[in-house]
Write a protein that binds this ligand. Structure first.
Ligand SMILES: NC(=O)c1ccc[n+]([C@@H]2O[C@H](COP(=O)([O-])OP(=O)(O)OC[C@H]3O[C@@H](n4cnc5c(N)ncnc54)[C@H](OP(=O)(O)O)[C@@H]3O)[C@@H](O)[C@H]2O)c1
Length: 305
């Protein structure tokens, strides 16, 4: 019989993760605050749940991929949340990017309920999930990680176990400074080149083959050349992550000047109407300030995976 897995959170990341689990043969139950988003997955064979409290009611493993601290609190810790209905011996695996402090609260609530808890934030985007290239950074009990290696590999093949507590939260936030900072530097390099007479496509091609040609720079090249700012990860969500970075820096007594400036630039990009566009919309802000022409942009949230 196929192993039963539950998944809460069917946003940009949750949907392709669910699709991979169904394709790998798992018997999947899905929950989303907005229930309509479950329908395409139900047509692929998933079972819908009406309440988060049902997800671990008969044991097993529940994955969560939720927007932020407030979403995790509501779905996992809230009255009627996953832990309220969880059977002892079950396992919660959270893939969201959230603060170490909310993660500690989840750990404190999971332990007395007899629920094992893995922190498993991810690095990649919906396209990377679909292509089978997701990286998962895990912390929590090593034995639970070893037991769930097959399930985690079905979601993404690049697994790192980085500690027994909330270390994965910290590693993920450290990576986000690099991703967010790279997006702004990429936008600055493109704006400089274009304002000085070198085409975006030319610079991106050279970058891809240079010392700075990371997977991130390479997978953003095609949408940037095509002026496609539909979101794989929104400007607002990146601002959420940079705010988490800054809060952790405060807690740890360090100053991160670039992260502080990045938060200001992302907030300004969102205020200019690009909050629901991809965070590469940092480029639109720079182009506007440089007096370079802006592409026609569809109204509102034009998210795609
Ligand atoms: N997209 C990426 O490229 C990427 C990459 C790495 C990590 N991540 C992280 O993965 C997580 C999910 O990202 P995403 O891009 O999939 O986000 P998303 O598309 O905005 O989806 C967010 C999910 O959280 C749910 N949610 C939000 N607020 C809630 C609340 N108060 N109560 C209950 N549910 C709530 C949403 O439900 P509704 O449908 O009802 O709104 C939706 O299922 C985030 O923590 C993000 O930082 C994303």
């Amino acid at each position: 019989m196929a192993a039963r897995i539950a998944l809460a959170g069917l946003g940009l990341m949750g949907v392709p993760i669910a699709e991979r689990l169904i394709a790998a043969g798992y018997d999947l139950t899905v929950y989303n605050r907005t229930p309509g988003k479950a329908e395409p997955l139900v047509s692929l064979g998933a079972s819908p749940a009406r309440d988060p409290a049902e997800l671990l009611g008969t044991g097993g493993v529940c994955l969560t991929t939720l927007a932020d601290d407030a979403a995790l609190e509501a779905v996992v810790l809230g009255p009627g949340g996953i832990l309220a209905g969880a059977a002892a011996g079950s396992t919660l695996v959270d893939l969201s990017t959230v603060s170490p402090s909310v993660s500690r609260r989840v750990a404190s609530a999971a332990a007395p309920a007899g629920v094992d808890y893995l922190r498993a934030p991810v690095s990649g985007n919906p396209g990377v999930v679909r292509a089978g290239g997701l990286t998962i950074i895990v912390s929590g009990p090593r034995a639970v990680f070893d037991e769930l290696r097959g399930l985690l590999t079905a979601i993404g093949p690049n697994l790192f176990h980085v500690g027994e507590g909330d270390e994965a939260r910290i590693v993920k936030l450290a990576l986000q400074i690099m991703i967010g900072g790279t997006a702004e530097l990429l936008a600055e390099a493109l704006t400089l080149a274009e304002a000085s007479g070198v085409e975006r496509g030319t610079l991106l091609e050279v970058m891809g083959g240079s010392a700075v040609g990371s997977p991130f720079v390479r997978y953003k090249a095609a949408p940037l050349v095509a002026d496609d700012f539909s979101a794989t990860f929104t400007t607002s969500m990146m601002l959420k992550d940079v705010d988490l970075v800054r809060a952790l820096a405060d807690e740890s007594g360090v100053r991160l000047p670039v992260a502080d400036e990045l938060a200001r630039l992302l907030a300004d990009t969102a205020v200019r109407g690009h909050g629901d566009r991809d965070f590469t919309a940092l480029l639109l802000r720079l182009r506007e300030d440089a007096g370079l022409p802006l592409p026609p942009l569809p109204d509102g949230a034009d998210a795609h995976a």
